[in-house]
Write a protein of this length. Structure first.
Length: 323
C-alpha cells in the first residue's frame, strides 16, 4: 500500500495510473522495494483505493519539470523534492474501502502502532492481497497516459563513498537499503530454505512462507517478519533484525524481546550484521537466536552500484555454524 500525501496527488495517481516517489533516499528505498509484477493500492485518508499491478519502473531526469505532480517543500527541513522515481501501473480492480475493515488488519496495526503514516509504503501479506482481490469490481474506467517521450531515464545507484553522492542519481548506502536487500534475498525460496536449514527448521518448506518488510510491535519494529503465507490452525513466524555494522549484545536482547512478544508461534529469530563479537555470540546463549554475516561479492566500496547489482552480489553466511 503506497501512502499518498494529499487528495490532489491521489487524483493524479488514479488519473494516470502512476505512483511517484520523491527525490530522497526514502523515495529510492520505496522504488527499490517494489518490483515489477507486485500489486499496489493507494492509501489516503484512512481509505484504500483500487488494485494495480506494476508494469514498469522508471527513474526520470529533470523530473522537477515533468508532470503530473508538482514539487513539494517540507516545512520542517525547508527542502524541496520532486518525483523522479515512478511506477507505471496496470489497473486491476476498482474500489474505495475503509481501513477499518478486518481484511486490512495487518497494515492497520502498523499504522496504529506507528501513530500515523510517516512512511512511504506499507507491505501487506498474502492474506490481505487475497481479500483485496475480491473487493469492488474489475477496473472499468479509462486512464490517461502522459507524453514523456522527451524525458531521459537513468538508473539510480548506491555507494559507500560520500564523494560520489549526487542525488537523485547516486545515494549513499544506508541500513534500510541493507534491510531491503536482505528481504529481497529471503523472498527467494532457495535462499530462505538455506536459512531454515541453518537455524534448525529443515522440516518446514520455505515456499510456504513469505518474507515481509518492517512490522510494528508494541515494543518496537521488527526489520523482517517471515510468516506462513496461508496459516492453517497455527501462524508460525520467524523474526530477523538487520544491522549494517557489527552486532552488539543489545541487538541480541532487542531481538529476543521481539521473539518473546510474539509468543509461542514464533519459531525463533536471527540477526544479520557485518560481524559478531564474542560478547554478542555469548549473549545469545539459551536463546532461540542465530547469526548471519552479510557480505557483497566483488564490490568496490568506492564504486557505485544499482540495487539489482547489489542484490546479485549479496550473500548471507551462517556465523553460528562456522564457530
Amino acid at each position: 500500500m503506497v501512502s499518498v500525501s494529499n487528495k490532489t496527488n491521489l487524483d493524479l495517481c488514479i488519473r494516470y495510473a502512476l505512483a511517484g516517489f520523491t527525490s530522497s533516499i526514502n523515495g529510492l528505498w520505496t522504488f527499490c522495494e517494489i518490483e515489477r509484477g507486485d500489486f499496489v493500492s493507494f492509501l489516503y485518508g484512512a481509505k484504500v483505493f483500487n488494485l494495480y499491478r506494476v508494469k514498469e519502473k522508471e527513474a526520470l531526469r529533470n523530473a522537477d519539470r515533468l508532470p503530473p505532480w508538482p514539487s513539494v517543500t517540507f516545512k520542517m527541513s525547508g527542502r524541496t523534492y520532486f518525483f523522479p522515481f515512478r511506477l507505471v501501473l496496470e489497473p486491476i480492480r476498482r474500489f474505495e474501502e475503509s481501513m477499518v475493515r478486518p481484511e486490512f488488519a495487518y497494515v492497520a496495526e502498523n499504522l496504529l502502532l506507528r501513530g500515523g503514516y510517516r512512511k512511504t509504503h506499507f507491505q501487506a501479506d498474502q492474506t490481505t492481497l487475497q481479500s483485496v482481490s475480491e473487493m469492488g469490481c474489475l477496473y472499468d474506467r479509462g486512464i490517461e497516459r502522459l507524453d514523456l517521450r522527451e524525458s531521459d531515464n537513468f538508473l539510480p545507484r548506491l555507494t559507500w563513498d560520500k564523494t560520489k553522492v549526487s542525488a537523485p542519481e547516486v545515494f549513499r548506502f544506508q541500513e534500510f537499503i541493507l534491510q531491503a536487500l536482505t528481504r529481497h534475498s529471503l523472498s527467494d525460496s532457495r535462499n530462505l530454505q538455506n536459512v531454515f536449514d541453518s537455524i534448525g527448521m529443515s522440516e518446514f518448506a520455505s515456499d510456504a512462507f513469505e518474507a515481509l518488510g518492517e512490522k510494528a510491535l508494541p515494543e518496537g519494529h521488527v526489520d523482517i517478519l517471515i510468516k506462513e503465507s496461508i496459516p492453517k490452525g497455527l501462524s508460525r513466524k520467524v523474526v530477523a533484525e538487520v544491522k549494517s555494522g557489527p552486532a552488539k549484545p543489545g541487538d541480541v536482547d532487542q531481538l529476543h524481546g521481539y521473539i518473546d512478544e510474539i509468543g509461542k508461534e514464533c519459531l525463533g529469530g536471527f540477526l544479520v550484521a557485518s560481524k559478531f563479537s564474542k560478547k554478542a555470540l555469548l549473549s545469545a546463549t539459551g536463546k532461540r537466536i542465530k547469526f548471519f554475516a552479510y557480505a557483497f561479492e566483488d564490490v568496490d566500496r568506492t564504486g557505485t552500484y544499482s540495487f539489482t547489482e547489489l542484490t546479485d552480489k549479496f550473500r548471507l553466511h551462517d556465523v553460528t555454524r562456522r564457530k
